[in-house]
Ligand binder design. Structure first.
Ligand SMILES: *[C@@H]1O[C@H](CO)[C@@H](O)[C@H](O)[C@H]1NC(C)=O
Ligand SMILES: *[C@@H]1O[C@H](CO)[C@@H](O)[C@H](O)[C@H]1NC(C)=O
Ligand SMILES: *[C@@H]1O[C@H](CO)[C@@H](O)[C@H](O)[C@H]1NC(C)=O
Length: 512
């Protein structure tokens, strides 16, 4: 019924962009001029008039790094990837229909025309090093405010969902999600607003992350009391508190789960066991359940450790913003946020750490509170490998053990081969390591040799397309998934800028 209503306005945006090639197709082809090294990587930036946003600061950074990154192919990767979100994914910017001062930014994930809470927060994080306070609507600061406002709107109506449709103000037609047509989800949601409703604790954390990122870089505290931010944080806290609900009451009764999800599917990772509840979790251990992982695959045990780590980090960071507002109940809310963060951190260290027969004490990927633990890692952030990157105060001994284990055949999802060896996950399949995991390995490494090894793999494994794919077959460079994965592209650039600051030497080497 919704589809019929929206059909007439389909024409406008399609006609408007008719001059520009569809980036989904364009990014699967090799364009000249190719880079001058042996890897001869494609040029992948759309022409200036087809870019979805232009930032002089980003263009300056691209020019500046030309004399810092010595290898022409590595530089080409940086040139293509760093601006990719601005070039291709800022689908719409505007203002709220009911408040002309409220900026909105609709950021698509890339090849899917929908906005993920996690992806959009991370897509903008790539530009955090360049973000500064500005009221200009053509600034990076405005993009950030627009994403925060739109995420707040989504969380206020559908706080369990992970990805969303364009706002009505944009007049962009809603994207079709064939896979979700038969989903049975409680609580229900409007298909006009939601693209998919997989509940993931890290989606809640993503909203807090982009809020903390914006506040940290701009110091613009006033923004947070201007629109719906405080109410959205309350919605986030309510979901997190509700999702501490265990499976059974003390007397053995089965408690009603606040969230259930089933889908008609042939993939075990796309639906939840026990009529949509998921596998049972134990009573009150202080962790928040997550039905799905940041890969959008179902968790096996719902106490998803990296998601809880990340949520605690950003609860703490945004509690500071809340406390500073000094309006209504902000002091009480800040206290609630800090208390929840502390409780989760303690629970992670107590229940999320297990003894491994070879590597000693390690962090588990997922636990159930009954004593079962899932020993693995998945490429998507938050992962165990990325814990120090997103600021979780890891136990150094436990993290070092965990890292050694995760980057070895003891991690069932560490895939090895001549093209790329890195962590992957069930989402793209066995034998398909993710470039994103190689980037995270660099982000969490202090070892120049290790970093050079990873950079070499990344330069070699793009099938000459010069972009970060979601996954690559470890044994066949030509078999990759997702030609247009904006977040992974931005993360590559963010990582390179980080190396300029902390390990500049590796950018002066050859990767031929
Ligand atoms: C933005 O506008 C506000 C309100 O007019 C003003 O107080 C603030 O200084 C401005 N910020 C910048 C960075 O110009
Ligand atoms: C503050 O919190 C109290 C108790 O939780 C509640 O009754 C009251 O409505 C809240 N006030 C505001 C302004 O949110
Ligand atoms: C880190 O973990 C180890 C092993 O569980 C433990 O012995 C040590 O006390 C922890 N260190 C800190 C600072 O908590």
């Amino acid at each position: 019924m919704h589809r019929k209503l929206l059909a007439p306005i389909l024409l406008t945006p399609l006609l408007a962009s008719a001059q520009c090639p569809d980036y989904s197709t364009w990014s699967t082809q090799i364009h000249s001029p190719v880079s001058s090294g042996n890897h001869a990587l494609s040029w992948q930036r759309p022409s200036s008039s087809c870019r979805t946003f232009t930032s002089p600061l980003v263009e300056d950074t691209l020019r500046r790094l030309e004399s810092v990154i010595a290898d022409p192919d590595l530089y080409r990767l940086f040139q293509n990837t760093y601006p990719n979100t601005l070039d291709t994914a800022i689908k719409w910017r505007g203002h709220s229909a009911d408040n002309a001062a409220e900026e909105l930014t609709f950021v698509i994930t890339g090849d899917i025309n929908a906005m993920w809470l996690r992806d959009s927060a991370n897509q903008l994080q790539s530009y955090l090093p360049l973000l500064k306070a500005s009221n200009d609507t053509n600034s990076l600061a405005s993009l950030y405010r627009g994403v925060i406002n739109l995420q707040a709107r989504y969380l206020l109506t559908s706080p369990y969902c992970n990805s969303f449709q364009p706002p009505p103000e944009s007049n962009i037609p809603r994207a079709e999600n064939g896979a979700a047509n038969n989903d049975n989800v409680v609580p229900g949601y409007s298909e006009e607003e939601v693209f998919e409703c997989k509940y993931e604790v890290d989606s809640l954390a993503a909203f807090l992350q982009i809020s903390a990122d914006y506040h940290g870089a701009t110091g613009d505290a006033a923004f947070f009391s201007r629109f719906s931010w405080v109410r959205a944080v309350e919605a986030v806290l309510k979901v997190a508190e509700d999702m501490k609900t265990p499976t059974f009451a003390a007397d053995g009764r089965v408690l009603k789960s606040p969230y259930t999800f089933t889908r008609l599917t042939g993939r075990a990772t796309e639906t939840l066991a026990n009529e949509g509840v998921g596998n049972p979790v134990a009573r009150d251990i202080g962790l928040v359940r997550s039905a799905f992982r940041p890969s959008d695959d179902a968790t096996i045990y719902q106490f998803f450790v990296p998601g809880n780590m990340m949520f605690s980090v950003y609860l703490d960071k945004t509690a500071g913003i809340m406390r500073g507002l000094k309006t209504g109940n902000s002091t009480a809310l800040a206290g609630r946020m800090e208390e929840m963060a502390r409780g989760i951190r303690q629970a992670v260290e107590r229940h999320g750490v297990v003894r491994h027969p070879v590597y000693g004490v390690v962090y588990a990927y997922e636990v159930d509170g009954f004593g079962s633990a899932n020993i693995m890692d998945d490429a998507n952030i938050p992962s165990l490998l990325s814990a120090p990157f997103f600021g979780y105060p890891v136990n150094e001994t436990v993290y070092a053990n965990t890292r050694r284990m995760l980057l070895s055949p003891s991690n069932p999802y560490y895939f090895r081969g001549p093209v790329l060896s890195a962590i992957g996950g069930p989402h793209a399949g066995l034998g398909k390591p993710w470039p994103m995991a190689s980037i995270v390995r660099i982000l969490t490494s202090r070892d120049e040799k290790e970093v050079e090894g990873e950079l070499g793999q990344l330069v070699r494994s793009t099938a000459r397309l010069g972009l970060m794919h979601e996954s690559v077959d470890a044994w066949d460079e030509g078999r990759w998934t997702r030609q247009w994965f904006s977040w992974a592209n931005g993360l590559f650039g963010q990582m390179m800028l980080g190396l300029e600051g902390r390990m500049k030497g590796v950018l002066g080497r050859s990767y031929q």
